[in-house]
Design a protein around this ligand. Sequence first.
Ligand SMILES: NC(=O)c1ccc[n+]([C@@H]2O[C@H](COP(=O)([O-])OP(=O)(O)OC[C@H]3O[C@@H](n4cnc5c(N)ncnc54)[C@H](O)[C@@H]3O)[C@@H](O)[C@H]2O)c1
Length: 251
Amino acid sequence: MEKETGMTRTVLITGAAHGIGAASARMFAESGDDVVVTDIDRDAAATVADEIRAAGGTATGNFLDVSDPEAWQALSRELRAANRPPAVIVNNAFFQVGGAAHEQTEDDWSKQLSVTLSSVYRAMHTFHDTLTEARGSMVNVSSVHGVLAWAEQPAYAAAKGGLISLTRQLSVDYAPHVRVNVVLPGAIQTRQWNHQSSEDRELAGRQATLQRLGTPGEVASVIQFLASDGASYVTGASLLVDGGMTTTLGA
Ligand SMILES: NC(=O)c1ccc[n+]([C@@H]2O[C@H](COP(=O)([O-])OP(=O)(O)OC[C@H]3O[C@@H](n4cnc5c(N)ncnc54)[C@H](O)[C@@H]3O)[C@@H](O)[C@H]2O)c1
């Protein structure tokens, strides 16, 4: 059973100042949820929250470096004091350094795993009780890179693959009260693609059977679905949101 409909849920989203996280924040707020817009980009998180409130929604912008256990504790104290216990957590933040394994330093490797994978452990460690109390859910943001390899992204691949098995594990350990699911986006038009050449963007578009990059909103709507009553019998699931990229050998 999900929390009764009609009650305001608090939804905490990490990496919500830009891209898929920001689109998710707007979408949850539009359907009446109270959104905690967290990010290391404090100003941009505040701007997203300001825009949500200006549109009639409920949100705050909160600093959260997902790699810092103490920052999770500080946010937990703040949200509990404000009677905003998260019923839904969307783990979306990531950090990526390119380069083959021998080119990556210990620090590069550790930071990527900490931000992208261990942050999900921290989220559950910190808020398992509020998710359980709310009969809530967690949605993790992996990638098609969790099931296929592209050149010179070893820590990203390890973290994104790890998110798929960690999701399955958490869905077992916190059942029956908390549902835990993961989405695997393909190429989504966010600022991440601004650094890529137009040839690479076009190739990624052609590799999707839908013949284009996705939009942040097209991932946000799937995240929102997984956190909704409509997905009340879905847990431990990995859902591709890749426009068909991984269904064929591509362009
Ligand atoms: N864009 C794509 O093509 C694509 C494809 C597959 C998966 N994804 C996944 O989607 C998610 C969102 O990516 P995006 O494309 O929207 O990128 P983005 O750069 O627009 O957003 C990522 C956000 O994470 C924040 N962030 C970085 N380090 C952080 C930290 N330590 N603590 C908290 N926040 C931190 C950034 O400030 C930023 O706001 C990521 O998990 C990414 O791996 C994206």
